[in-house]
Design a protein around this ligand. Sequence first.
Ligand SMILES: [Zn+2]
Length: 379
Amino acid sequence: MTIDTRPGFWQALGFCIGLLAMAGAMSSETAVGADEGSYPLIAATVPPDPGATAAPATQPTRQPDLAPAPVPRPGATNLLEACWGPQDLRGRPGERKSRGLRPPDHRPPEYQDPETPPGAMPPVPARSLRSVTPTKGEKLIALTFDLCEQADEITGYDGELVDTLRAHGVNATFYAGGKWMQSHPERTMQLMADPRFELGNHAWTHGNLRVLQGAEMENQIRWTQAEYERLRDQLLALPCAAPLAASKAPPRSPRTFRFPYGTCNKESLDAVVAAGLYPVQWNIVTGDPAKGQTAARIVNTVMSQLKPGSIVVAHGNGRGWHTAEALKTLIPALLKQGYRFVTVSELLQAGNPVTAEQCYEVREGDNLRYDKLFGKGTQ
Ligand SMILES: [Zn+2]
């Protein structure tokens, strides 16, 4: 087959993190073609304002798809139970699919300035977290799922994956793009309201923060913080949330950040830290964006590279292949070995951070070519 090198092609494949990790398991041609055909380019039903890229938003963003309970559900002990029943939480058919947006939506969000002052996680080094060494030797593991969304797409929600985590009572962290939160308001509020989950910042439109500079780079971070705060306010204002809003509120803002494409430089590391966020990468790559990936290979990768304090990267926006299926084997296997599932913030509290000056996928320098391939990365 011919490898297409057009700038939009790679993004259309749904590339996030992990194709590179597959390179050892398959030829590069197979890896490139792995996601072909998985991304239906359907015209957008919500046409964005093409002239509003640099101007402040003058119109409300998309209407939320809200369907929480009108009053608190009886016996609820947290916001999730108070506002949504099992039927509302369950993944819906077709929800996993992504669709294209033409023209791309580069509009800023309705609110662009987070109210929360930086400094939520002191002391934060301007380095990238790879894993944590638990001080008490405890077998801890942080599963993380990226919710990536660029300007020219609306990505999905992997309901089966989230349902599986909930069914097993597993704590996990979701790195949500700001625009993903905007286009999935109800799912975002459900993730926020779930006491087992934590939301981190995954940039506004999946920008490559090693290429973006100045305000364009900083907006990727800031707008996402602001969108989280907007939806948190919206969640707490729901009538069903009222009795528990004071005692069970989610954190005021995300505390950790994941670089799209796993790429950073000194300027972007400094900007993330200045925003009060901990830069978080991983030490185990599932490779789940590659269509050729299998559940068995994901399980094998995690189990063979596992150590206490590991951070695993996978995807929850429907671009992960067999991720949920792998979890159904992985979770019992990890529990059997005595592992406990924690969020990234919980992991950071439990040990000493293992950090790196550079951002890389598996070894230093392995993602430098992404700058040429993806440019600004936002599409
Ligand atoms: Zn991503």
